[in-house]
Structures are given as C-alpha cells and as structure tokens.
Design a protein around this ligand. Structure first.
Ligand code: MN
Length: 301
C-alpha cells in the first residue's frame, strides 16, 4: 500500500493529563513541553472520557477569547454555551460548534442542567484554530452543526468510515467554512481496515487516537488511545496519509491538518495575537468590558 509519496510519522507521544475550567479532566496533546503549538493549531483538549456523578459535572464559567477559533466536538454528554452577544445553544453527542472568536467574545461552556442532574459519560474535543493576522479582529461568528448535518462517508469495503467536519474525505466535502485551509475528520477503521488519504502537500497533519490502536504512515508506526501522531513536515513529506488497523478492535481517531500561517504567535491565556502590544490591548479591552458581558441568568433550553 505504501508508496514513496506517503508521509512517514515524525513523532508519537501521549497526551498530558491536566485540568481545565472549573476542574474537569482533559487529555492534552498540546500545548505542553513536548509541543507548544502545531501551526495553524494552538491547542487540542480531549474532555474525558469520564463518568460523572449526578451534581458533579464541571465546566468552564465565563471567560473571553480573542484572535482565534474554538471548535467543540462532543461525543458523549451534553454541553450548554452562552456568550456576550446573546448567543446560546446546546451541544449533544455528535454535534459540532465552530466558534470564530475574532475580535472577542466572552462565553461560558457548561454541562447542561439536565446532564448536571442525571450525570453520565462526558467525552468531547476542543481544538483551537489560529486566525491569520487579517482575520484576528473579525466580527465573531458561529457555525453550528447538529450530528445529522455532518457529512459522512464509508469506503467501498465498508471498513473505513469518516465524519467530515472540515475538508474532504472519501469524496465527501465538509459543510463548515474555514478561514484558512483546514481538515478535521473523525475516522473509524474496522479490523483489517486501511486508509489511503490525500492531503495537501503544504499542510501540517496529525492524528489523535480516540480509541484502539493502529499503524500510521509509510513505516506503519504504531500508536494507541490518547496518543498524538505527527506526520512528516509539510512541503517535504508527500501528499498522502496512510493508516491501517491490524488489531481485532475498531480504531477511532481524529485526522487534523491545516496550512501553516507562518506568523508570529503572541499568546496569553485566552488571547492569541501576533504581538505583545496586541495582547496588552486585548487585556485592556476585556477589562474595560469591550468584549461585552453575558446577560444575567436564564435558561438556554
Ligand atoms: Mn472557551
């Protein structure tokens, strides 16, 4: 299956375990000391998977963002979000929210009241996608896709299936519009399934294993649950990504890639700009209330 043009794997490492928001557990492949960012991506968090007792669910209360996008993909559980523009909504399993913070939003990301009361399994992902200099101060926008609205496809042999959140896979195009060229795809390979996937030669590409184990890249490098697989660098490493599942269980992973921005990154918590003075301005704008406030409570149901 492998040809000289398939990308090799450059690195495999296990996500760090940490806490976020009000204290929920995340597996974080980056940023960590292992890897600060992965241009054009700034962060990937896997929330859970964890069993949450009734009344114990934690979230991320009101906080700002400026200069990038947050992409939330929920696999289990139920989340609610509210923001300073009066936008509110709910995420259920399989749903995607692609939030372009641009010039700034303040939002909360919390378990829904119903989930809070009954508990259950919480599992999901948040990816931070950097915005180019020209888009950092754009008007905030949301793209929200219910699970049923996410294009999906299955290979002819039935062994490879994909949910196409961004980009194109198995001949199926995403419904999301991205500011810069991005791919974000959730693949499942059945035992003996093999993927041979075209990716643009100038993309940085990685896989993150959600569940199972597989053989990645031209050298069939093994990786398993909670591991990040970095494919060879864009530009020099070819335009195909290959993955096999030689195990006897399904393999589920995210395949994420994008054209690097190649711009300076000035980063301070929830603000990601190009320069330190732009960061200082973001802090001033936030403190002065120029990113707005979340309207006082009410139900989002
Ligand atoms: Mn947030």
């Amino acid at each position: 299956m492998s040809t000289p043009y398939a990308r090799p794997v450059a690195r495999v490492f296990t996500a760090a375990q940490t806490q976020e928001g009000a204290g929920f557990h995340v597996n974080r492949p980056f940023p960590t000391r292992m890897m600060m960012d992965f241009d054009p991506f700034l962060l990937l968090d896997e929330m859970g998977p964890m069993q949450v007792a009734p009344g114990d669910a934690k979230g991320a209360p009101d906080h700002p963002h400026r200069g990038f996008e947050t992409v939330t993909y929920l696999l289990a559980g139920e989340m609610e979000h509210r923001d300073s523009q009066g936008h509110a909504g709910k995420l259920t399993p399989g749903d995607v929210q692609w939030m372009t913070a641009g010039a700034g939003v303040i939002h909360s990301e919390m378990p829904s009241q119903a989930f809070q009361q009954r508990g259950g399994v919480m599992h999901g992902f948040q990816l931070w996608v950097n915005l180019p200099r020209t888009d950092k101060m754009m008007t905030p926008r949301y793209q929200e896709l219910p699970a049923a609205g996410i294009p999906s496809a299955t290979s002819e042999d039935g062994k490879v299936s994909v949910r196409v959140i961004a980009g194109e896979a198995l001949g199926t195009r995403a419904a999301i519009e991205t500011r810069t060229p991005i791919l974000y795809q959730h693949f499942t390979l059945q035992p003996q399934g093999a993927l041979d996937h075209s990716v643009p030669a100038d993309f940085n590409v990685f896989a993150y294993v959600i569940d199972g184990e597989g053989q990645f890249g031209a050298d069939a490098t093994p990786a398993k649950t909670h591991q990040m697989v970095v494919f060879g660098e864009a530009g020099e490493a070819g335009e195909r990504v290959t993955v096999r599942n030689d195990s006897d269980k399904p393999l589920s992973f995210l395949l994420i890639g994008g054209k690097p921005l190649g711009e300076p990154v000035a980063r301070y918590g929830p603000f990601v700009m190009n320069t330190e003075s732009e960061i200082r301005q973001a802090i001033l704008d936030f403190q002065a209330g120029r990113m707005g406030r979340i309207p006082a409570s009410g139900t989002t149901d």
